[in-house]
Design a protein around this ligand. Structure first.
Ligand SMILES: *[C@@H]1O[C@H](CO)[C@@H](O)[C@H](O)[C@H]1NC(C)=O
Ligand SMILES: *[C@@H]1O[C@H](CO)[C@@H](O)[C@H](O)[C@H]1NC(C)=O
Ligand SMILES: *[C@@H]1O[C@H](CO)[C@@H](O)[C@H](O)[C@H]1NC(C)=O
Ligand SMILES: *[C@@H]1O[C@H](CO)[C@@H](O)[C@H](O)[C@H]1NC(C)=O
Length: 473
């Protein structure tokens, strides 16, 4: 810390108005898709056992999102810009550049920023990979699933089928997950596995979805509207003032600070991030909403294509459960695990119709009840290590008077029972599962992805048929 900073600290101490955001005892920790699992899920008792009286768990299906990751190749240069920007902040502080002293950053927060440095180990080699925090959380979760279902999640690798994609983060997640289940034995086992990106992340190869949703400029209209509104622009102004800028700094820079803040809190949940101390709770909630507007229009209820893509997960789940529910003899594998991503998890929830709000989220309803109490919350639905499980139970007749069907399915989203109409705290009769999801799952057909082409070819078929008919006549 330079002498000047020491001097300004002494001077600053005279200002009673300062608030230190880094010492907040109740910081806001919901950061959309980059939220640590623990922050999103802090009231789930560890190793809670879902005992269903009179029933035995016989099959386990799980969709699992990877843990905390490193920035991607394209994010790294943006985040690196904070090294230079940090010096601007320190300069402002040194020259007492505060138009509004009520909003100035406090001395100890500046001090934190002054000590921050870009971690040079985060380079393109490690871009997008799982972090050690993400690795450990994955191991721990796999282990705790196993402890909860000991008869089902056994030590026999052939009881499992693990599906994942052939990339670095999925490969690391696979290793962490299997180590969680088999400890050091994992290395010696040859697990039944399947690598198929087309099935696990179909949106990546779905032309129609890409054209109409991902690459469609209109998809982000509501997010852009929100970001152009007073409630968002005011946040940019406040952050700028707090850091001693007498003008609004570029939104991209503010976003880079937000990114660094949420990455820091995912990589190390117990440390204070210098970049989080730049934001108030209200500021962070605005970024959270902006991302929810993006996921809602890309993967959620605002897009008719989400369930047409998301049904592929449901199809996998229902097919797996059906195999077990319709055979008297035990079937293999007993556990099927898909290592996937937040996009597919959100689309699965959308397909199943959970977490739907009474009105759509829009760029200008931030202050409404719908938006403030929204069920479509990316932080809570798809944080790092997010998971969605469907556990099939086989029940003995008269074993449990509340239960109608012999087979029951318990749905758990991030380890909590899913609220589904007609079910009891996440536990549903098999007949209800089939009635509600059977058709959705069975009719799932990714052929629509090449929709534009097939319409064209139908046109050609029609034309040829007409010509042939004419000739025949
Ligand atoms: C990234 O950093 C590691 C260790 O710090 C180094 O071994 C590696 O060569 C670097 N990769 C690139 C692409 O610079
Ligand atoms: C990716 O992360 C995993 C787990 O942290 C690690 O074992 C692996 O070596 C990493 N890959 C690279 C290229 O650094
Ligand atoms: C998307 O739309 C916005 C607002 O209408 C416009 O400013 C922007 O240039 C468009 N981007 C592209 C790639 O068309
Ligand atoms: C910005 O600061 C003003 C003045 O302190 C405050 O009234 C307003 O709520 C702040 N806005 C946000 C988004 O925090």
């Amino acid at each position: 810390m330079g002498w000047w900073l020491y001097l300004t600290l002494v001077v600053a101490a005279a200002h009673a108005q300062e608030t230190c955001l880094s010492v907040n005892e109740n910081p806001y920790l919901l950061f959309g898709s980059k939220t640590a699992y623990l922050f999103a899920n802090n009231n789930v008792p560890v190793n809670r056992i879902h005992d269903v009286p009179g029933c035995q768990p016989i099959a386990f299906w799980l969709a699992y999102r990877h843990g905390a990751s490193n920035p991607t190749e394209s994010e790294i240069p943006e985040l690196k810009k904070l090294s230079d920007f940090k010096n601007n902040i320190l300069n402002n502080y040194r020259s007492g550049n505060f138009r509004n002293t009520n909003q100035r950053i406090c001395a100890s927060d500046v001090n934190l920023i002054s000590q921050w440095e870009w971690n040079s180990r985060i380079n393109s080699t490690f871009a997008g990979n799982l972090t050690s925090e993400g690795y450990m959380t994955t191991q721990q979760q796999a282990q705790s699933w196993k402890q909860r279902y000991p008869g089902l999640l056994t030590d026999n690798p052939h009881d499992y089928l693990i599906k994942y994609v052939d990339d670095e983060i999925s490969g690391s997640t696979f290793r962490a997950f299997t180590e969680g289940i088999f400890r050091t034995q994992a290395e010696n086992y040859d697990f039944p596995k399947e690598m198929n990106e087309k099935k696990l992340k179909p949106y990546k190869s779905c032309e129609k979805w890409k054209n109409e949703v991902e690459d469609n400029n209109d998809t982000l209209t509501q997010k852009r509207i929100f970001q152009s509104k007073q409630e968002f622009r005011e946040m940019i102004t406040n952050v700028s003032l707090r850091l001693g800028f007498n003008y609004d700094i570029h939104p991209t820079l503010v976003y880079n600070m937000y990114q660094m803040c949420r990455y820091n809190k995912a990589w190390d949940i117990s440390s204070v991030s210098p970049w989080c101390s730049v934001f108030t709770r209200e500021d962070l909630k605005r970024y959270e909403y902006a991302e929810d507007l993006e996921t809602f229009y890309k993967y959620g209820y605002a897009s008719d294509l989400s369930p047409k893509v998301g049904c592929s997960m449901l199809n996998d789940m229902v097919a797996f459960l059906t195999k077990h529910a319709e055979h008297e003899q035990p079937q293999q594998p007993k556990a099927q695990i898909q290592l996937t991503d937040s996009e597919m998890l959100l689309m699965l929830l959308r397909t199943m119709g959970t977490n739907q709000d009474p009105a759509p989220l829009t760029g200008d309803n931030y202050h409404t009840n719908t938006a403030q109490n929204r069920k479509w919350s990316t932080s809570l639905l798809a944080p790092y290590n997010a998971n969605f499980a469907a556990v099939l139970y086989k029940c003995t007749s008269n074993g449990n008077f509340q239960i109608k069907d012999r087979y029951q399915v318990l749905f758990l989203h991030n380890e909590k029972p899913v609220v589904l109409e007609g079910c009891r705290v996440g536990l549903c009769d098999w007949s209800l599962v089939i009635q509600r999801f059977g058709e959705l799952a069975n009719k799932c057909d990714l052929q629509f992805c090449n929709g534009a082409k097939s319409v064209q070819s139908w046109g050609i078929v029609a034309l040829v048929t007409l010509v042939l008919l004419k000739v025949a006549l």
